[in-house]
Write a protein that binds this ligand. Sequence first.
Ligand code: NAP
Ligand code: ZN
Ligand code: ZN
Length: 347
Amino acid sequence: MIETKAYAAQDENTPLAPWTFERREVGPHDVQFDILYCGVCHSDLHQIKNDWFPGIFPMVPGHEIVGRIVKVGEHVKGFKVGDLAATGCLVDSCRVCENCKRDLEQYCLNGNSQTYNGLEQDHKTPTYGGYSNTIVVNEDFVLHLKEGVDLAAVAPLLCAGITTYSPLRHWKVGKGHKLAVLGLGGLGHMAVKFGVAFGADVTVLSTSPKKEEDAKKLGAHHFVVTTDPKQVEAAKNSFDFILDTVSAEHDFNMYLSLLRTDGVHICVGVPPKPAQIAAFSLLGGRKSLAGSGIGGIKETQEMLDFCAENNIVSDIEMIDIKDIHTAYDRMEKGDVRYRFVIDMATL
Ligand code: NAP
Ligand code: ZN
Ligand code: ZN
């Protein structure tokens, strides 16, 4: 077994603290890589707090993981020792269901293996994430990174990147479309970058007037402060798509009123409590409410390659792992600019 250093929550009421555990030995199809950087996703915070469902504890969060390979199994074909490697939100899936066969492992019908707070495909062994010094992953769930990239700024692409790239590609958002990105945090700032790269006219809908300058720097064409009723009124019936990245309770009916006829409100944010949606908010203007979860492995690689070709990375604030709780506090206040990334050398 491989002795692994980590930061873990022992239960939903206890702060993260140093913890050691054992990862499996590198199997014939496994890759082991030492973790250099790990992004901090709002999902980490939701899960250590049991916001969505009772979690599996001890919990080692982290699913935006990048590093360098230290060992490969004897049958591994795609990777060698010394290569850069990355892992996102998934470490395995059943491989045989209709969704897995369509490269949609994120929707595996038999239950995929999430990188942490999940179970391996034996449906017994808990998974532990990237707030740790090393990880062992089946090679089919390891992503390739090009040498020379800004590794720390690439880490958030593994979740914030793919979670926004995938729906924008699925709904073919691009030239001629008006896209609103709701919430300018980790996911939101990546959605702005992708929306702009795909040729859409991008508006940020934000509760934080102070983020306007940043939004414009990220490439957004317009900025609407959603706490200002006048600005909201002026934005009614204007968007083809809203990509909703909000992590907390919010009024869907108000945001649906900003869509044009046939507009689509796509949920990627996962507030802990269910929302109340009036049928009238949808039927007036034949609107759709949709959702999207991360992305499959093939599409994640496509996204990473697209980012490398187009010089897209995340805007990050590097932190020491000891400061993880300060980062969480700021995240709860919407004060993320625009992704915290842990320098794993500080573990
Ligand atoms: P984040 O960095 O904390 O950003 C969330 C943003 O939402 C905040 O910066 C804030 O932006 C806005 N916001 C917060 N509270 C709000 C409120 N009450 N009303 C309106 N806006 C509010 O979080 P993240 O890491 O981007 O994650 C966002 C959500 O996506 C989380 O729920 C996370 O669990 C979920 N997620 C889902 C998937 C998926 O597969 N679908 C994947 C990853 C994450 P402003 O300051 O601009 O208002
Ligand atoms: Zn995430
Ligand atoms: Zn499956």
